[in-house]
Ligand binder design. Structure first.
Ligand code: THU
Length: 138
């Protein structure tokens, strides 16, 4: 699916808003994400940390899981905005675990990953570029 500049900006705006809800008392690195579902809806998420550290959930997975729990099993685009508290966002790429989860629920060659500092500074790549030769079947 081709996505318009307006949708890209909307996804970034929603990721910026979702970042405000981040629960990150340990790293103080706040991340927000907004995923465009194939159903046309936008699902958002923030990172949710845990005192155990390993039980932490990244913003991208929160957004995708939010969509899945609403019945949307496929996604076209995901925007990510991340930075330490009180700092301006840099370019924050999805971690390996999130890339694996994204690959389960998208066509990697088509899934657009929007890495954004703000609505006018962003890069767009695809999951296929970020994660070639993914483990997708056995
Ligand atoms: N984090 C995300 O939410 N998404 C990313 O793409 C990178 C990392 C979170 C996990 C943890 O809460 C904090 O950022 C520091 O790693």
């Amino acid at each position: 699916m081709d996505i318009s500049d307006d949708i890209v900006r909307e996804l970034i705006e929603k990721a910026v808003d979702a970042r405000k809800k981040a629960y990150a008392p340990y790293s103080k690195f706040l991340v927000g994400s907004a995923a465009l579902g194939s159903d046309g809806n936008i699902y958002t998420g923030c990172n949710i940390e845990n005192v155990s550290y390993s039980a932490t959930n990244c913003a991208e997975r929160t957004a995708i899981f939010n969509g899945i729990s609403d019945g949307c099993l496929s996604f076209e685009a995901v925007a990510i905005v991340g930075a330490r508290k009180e700092e301006k966002p840099g370019f924050c790429y999805p971690c390996g675990v999130c890339r694996q989860v994204l690959s389960e629920f998208s066509d990697a060659e088509k899934l657009k990953i929007i890495i954004a500092k703000n609505k006018s500074e962003y890069k767009i790549t695809t999951l296929g570029e970020l994660m070639p030769f993914a483990f997708v079947e056995y």
